[in-house]
Design a protein around this ligand. Structure first.
Ligand code: TYM
Length: 336
């Protein structure tokens, strides 16, 4: 039996932060040799909020370079840009036509982002989860490694697969494969540095709220120095009264590669003045190899282009076969 297939993606909106890395990309790297992997840069998703046309293409390349810098290995994985494969947009349309609108109106991320945008909410923002479902279903993905915040979108993807199969599949021959989320416990929800009850997010107006993968050591030091803490002495996990403390210790544990118990013992007696330099040094050292590799990849445009070309070719073959299958099941005529 062949390997199971994995698909996941990140939007090229702004720089990636520790949440994106620990919640998603780090896990892709860790599991990649057990699966056949497709990692896309989801640029069609990036335009569901107002975007800068001058920066979009370059941001997409930068994210692809970061995938490589974080350790995505082309022996096991393919990297491609979503908009280079038109089947994503086309399957979205087909799925739109079987998606009840109230399924989309109830999505948590839509409601959050719509509130942030105020009056001028585009249809694309409402449709975001259907495009994401198309990304996943096009590749017959078995597993979708993501952070906790994407769970609801994957549930919708599964509901859409069921609906398509019920309406257009044959009993023994479903049209679409049922994917499963893959959400790791540690790092699945990295919180903001300025408020331990809020998710670390690219769209937070304060840059101090997140550590970006390409932040310089000085910037990392500054952000950790200014991050929110509490007056208690001695650091601990899992105290609901101390969300910042839990978040920062979790970051330290994952980035230093130490078990939670070890960190809990190490930090039980220390204060913030001692802990902050420790976390700074750990974060700087964890990000250093990623930043070095990123600079190397960004320096070799033709290499990056060849990676994306190859990724597109492999992805396109699978995507177009699935799209044909769906169109046939839905009763479209074949082109003559
Ligand atoms: P994006 O770019 O918003 O997030 C990319 C990945 O980062 C994870 N993530 C986090 N994990 C832990 N803590 C955080 N604070 C945090 N913030 C973000 C997200 O869960 C995600 O895994 N909709 C997707 C992009 C997408 C996609 C797909 C993913 C489009 N099509 C198909 C998987 C499969 C998203 O959230 O992008």
């Amino acid at each position: 039996m062949g390997k199971q297939r994995v698909l996941s993606g990140v939007q090229p909106t702004g720089n990636l932060h520790l949440g994106n890395y620990l919640g998603a990309i780090r896990n892709w790297v860790e599991i990649q040799d057990r699966f056949e992997n497709y990692f896309c840069v989801v640029d069609l998703h990036a335009i569901t909020v107002p975007h800068d046309a001058k920066a979009l293409a370059e941001n997409s390349y930068a994210i692809a370079a970061l995938y490589l810098a974080c350790g995505i290995d082309l022996e096991h994985s393919n990297i491609f840009i979503q908009s280079h494969i038109s089947a994503h947009a086309e399957l979205t349309w087909l799925l739109n036509c079987i998606t009840p609108i109230n399924w989309l109106q109830g999505m948590i991320q839509f409601k959050e982002k719509a509130v942030k945008q105020g009056q001028n909410v585009g249809t694309g923002l409402l449709d975001y989860p259907v495009l994401m479902a198309a990304d996943i279903l096009l590749y017959d993905a078995d597993k979708v490694p993501v952070g906790e915040d994407q769970k609801q979108h994957i549930e919708l993807t599964r509901d859409l697969a069921i609906r398509m199969n019920d309406q257009f599949g044959k009993k023994k021959k479903p049209v679409l494969k049922m994917p499963e989320p893959m959400i790791r416990k540690d790092g699945a929800r990295v919180m903001s540095l300025t408020d331990g009850t809020k998710k670390m997010s690219k769209s937070d107006p304060s840059e101090l709220s997140r550590i970006e993968l390409l932040d310089s050591p000085e910037t990392i030091a500054k952000k950790i120095k200014k991050c929110k803490t509490d007056p208690a002495r001695g650091l601990e996990f899992d105290n609901p009264e101390r969300p910042e403390c839990h978040n920062l210790l979790t970051l330290y544990s994952i980035l230093s590669g130490q078990r939670k118990e070890t960190v809990a013992t190490e930090c039980a007696e220390i204060g913030w003045g001692q802990f902050k330099p420790l976390l700074t040094e750990t974060a700087v050292e964890a990000l250093r190899p990623i930043q070095e590799k990123y600079a190397e990849v960004m320096d070799d445009r033709s290499y990056l282009e060849s990676v994306l070309r190859q990724g597109r070719e492999s992805a396109e073959a699978i995507a177009s076969a699935t799209l044909d299958r769906v169109k046939t099941a839905m009763g479209f005529s074949t082109p003559v």
